[in-house]
Design a protein around this ligand. Structure first.
Ligand code: HEC
Ligand SMILES: [Cu+2]
Length: 331
């Protein structure tokens, strides 16, 4: 449709500009010329320049309607052995994405991992402002509207990692509200899922153990780690509602920040504002604070992503080293 409209416009542009330039040159005023003939109310001309644009617009209308029918949503296919159905709730926060898999009781953030050739049924939930779920290479935009349950479905036919973004302005860090859709084989999905379902590993080295203590003291009010400060994954769609019975942010069932149980296996930090470059995050790296993005984040979350909800006091470099050792070990 784009190319058709473009070519129609190119033809009209060349025609109109051509006549204009020709007239400017051919009929320009010369010394001693009389006033030109004044024409008014010519029926033939009026008809020509009304009918031609009308016809052009009808041609465009035809291709527009054809395009609309091509992209109109079909009904969600019934699940089969070859094309199973994976249900996930995408929860829009200011400003990061949480993904809850109700049938597996798993909650993660920043990356939506799904099997190839499956029907991905996405429930869209927000309890704050309107966001919009958009993965340009896989599926169109659908809004997350507080108090209104939207849903959508899509099928990814090729393995790979696809960029997703929030497509509805939702506050100052709206542009840093990205996510990945990681499409993997169904076997890889199963093994990823069985890891995700386990509680976090207990750290064995002393640096990471100190990191865990720090986490319990300074981070557990906003972040959940299964096996440390929360018993199981929580479903913020159910828990963090404004409705009666819904819990306030900060209760164990409804944390303000992302669930970190398997943070070390994730590839993005805080809505994709940084990559989780774990290879640079060996706690013995002498340039940890310059090279490891997790360390940068912990050093100054407000500098990296101004206005975000992670407001913490300053950590010492030793504390950052301990937290990096602990969190990157949570594979
Ligand atoms: C006041 C609540 C709060 C406290 C306390 C807090 N955080 Fe956060 N944290 C957040 C929020 C909210 C985000 C997401 C910010 C965003 O992306 O906009 C976040 C993001 C993160 C992320 C990125 C996670 C991801 O999946 O992208 C890490 C890692 C993290 N915090 C670690 C910590 C550590 C370690 C501490 C303790 C020193 C801590 N946080 C204390 C609220 C908090
Ligand atoms: Cu948003």
């Amino acid at each position: 449709m784009f190319w058709i409209i473009l070519w129609i416009s190119v033809v009209i542009f060349i025609l109109v500009e051509g006549i204009l330039i020709f007239s400017i040159a051919r009929y320009r005023e010369r010394p001693g010329m009389p006033n030109p003939f004044q024409r008014h109310g010519n029926m033939t001309l009026e008809l020509i320049w009304t009918v031609i644009p009308t016809l052009v617009l009808f041609v465009i209308l035809f291709f527009t309607i054809r395009g609309l029918l091509q992209v109109a949503p079909e009904n969600e296919p019934a699940p089969t052995a070859a094309q199973p159905r994976i249900e996930v709730t995408a929860i829009g926060h200011q400003w990061w994405w949480e993904f809850h898999y109700p049938n597996y009781n798993v909650t993660t953030a920043d990356t939506l991992e799904v099997p190839v050739n499956a029907t991905i049924h996405v429930n869209l939930f927000s309890n704050n402002v309107i966001h919009s779920f958009w993965v340009p290479a896989l599926t169109g935009k659908t809004d997350l509207v507080p108090g209104h349950e939207n849903k959508k479905w899509f099928v990814a036919e090729k393995e790979g990692t696809y960029l997703g973004i929030c497509a509805e302005y939702c506050g100052t860090q709206h542009a840093n509200m990205r996510f990945n859709v990681k499409v993997v084989s169904s076997d890889a999905f199963k093994s990823w899922m069985s890891t995700q379902q386990q509680a976090a590993v207990s750290p064995t080295d002393s640096l990471a153990q100190k990191g865990q203590e720090l986490f319990k003291n300074q981070c557990a009010s906003c972040h959940g780690i299964v096996g440390v400060n929360v018993k199981q994954y929580y479903d913020t769609q159910k828990e963090c509602t404004d409705a009666p019975g819904g819990k306030a942010n900060g209760t164990p069932e409804c944390q303000l920040g992302p669930n970190l149980t398997h943070f070390g296996s994730r590839s993005l930090i805080a809505g994709g504002v940084l990559d989780n470059n774990a290879d640079k995050c060996n706690p013995n790296n002498p340039n940890l604070l310059q090279e490891c993005n997790l360390a940068k984040w912990l050093k100054d979350p407000q500098g990296v992503k101004p206005g975000n909800d992670m407001a913490i006091g300053e950590l010492t470099n030793d504390q950052i080293q301990q937290l990096v050792a602990y969190l990157e070990g949570l594979k």
